[in-house]
Design a protein around this ligand. Sequence first.
Ligand code: 2AL
Length: 173
Amino acid sequence: MDISALNALSYEDFVNILGNVVEKCPIITAAVWSRRPFASLAVLEAAINDFIEALPESGKEGILRCHPDLAGRDLQSGTLTRESREEQARAGLDTLNSAEVSRMARLNEEYKERFGFPFVICARMSDKETILRQLSERLGNECAVERARGVEEVKKICHLRLQGLVLTDAHKL
Ligand code: 2AL
């Protein structure tokens, strides 16, 4: 699907196809639809990033809270979104041994306890060792630093999801 096909989508199709580029936040996709036509995919991505940046800190934390834990309950019970399942599998999080699952769960809980939102990292750009190391290192940061860092990771996840949807033939019209 190229940018002109994307610009021609109805509101309903646009949100159906692109609604999860930011995990469980279709309101962001719905909001940027009115900014069409987009000159390029990068312009669409910039519109999404601008929307996120314009949110108050509480809104940014809300976006982080829409993300499932890595190697968490949703992965074990098969209730992840398709995108998240693929990302977590790509990072090897679906084949952790029980000690790694426990360590991840303990660190994820510690992180949420400390900051009030979940640890978010772009899993496709990482692997299980890096994720575990980042999780324990980032636990030492200040809350504002982590909020901003989490949002940067959300943007990376969004970038790769957009590329996957638009630059492949997955959604031929
Ligand atoms: C995720 C997710 O679902 N996909 C990804 O790349 N990162 N979640 C998270 N808590 O970082």
